[in-house]
Ligand binder design. Structure first.
Ligand code: ZN
Length: 146
């Protein structure tokens, strides 16, 4: 998100508070150091996620965010980018009633890969969306080569 003071695109979230249907975020600009507050209205996406074992569950945004956060921990990925990725996933889901968990995983991987390879590998290994160990190793090898 752009800083409202200097317009530099380098803010980080310093505090997040959820209240009823709103999320309040305190942000700090890495460029000018000033802080400001944003409010986000939670948009509830109601859809069914079909897991690999064919079991259904309700889509939970927090689950996606937690997964991304875990993968992004101590990488170059900022809190802002975590939110961006969550938003990318949500925009893919809008208007749908059902989606395979795997597709969500693929989307997250795609977004992580664009930003940070360590986070990408971490996510990919945790989510085990690779068919088998061999294809996972192939992927790792391919990353090392470029
Ligand atoms: Zn600023």
């Amino acid at each position: 998100m752009k800083c409202i003071y200097c317009e530099e695109n380098s803010t980080r979230v310093v505090d997040t508070r959820e209240a009823e249907d709103k999320v309040r975020r305190r942000r700090e600009c890495k460029n000018c150091g000033r802080r400001f507050t944003t409010y986000e209205t939670a948009e509830k996406l109601e859809l069914t996620v079909v897991k690999r074992d064919k079991e259904n569950e309700k889509f939970q945004e927090e689950k996606v965010r937690n997964g991304v956060e875990r993968a992004a921990n101590k990488t170059s990925i900022t809190d802002e980018e975590v939110e961006e990725i969550v938003e990318e996933v949500k925009s893919m889901l809008r208007g749908r009633k059902k989606i395979e968990a795997e597709k969500i995983g693929e989307k997250v991987k795609e977004e992580l890969q664009k930003r940070d390879k360590v986070a990408y590998i971490r996510f990919a290994s945790v989510y085990d969306s690779f068919e088998d160990v061999e294809s996972f190793q192939k992927e790792v090898k391919a990353l090392k080569e470029d």
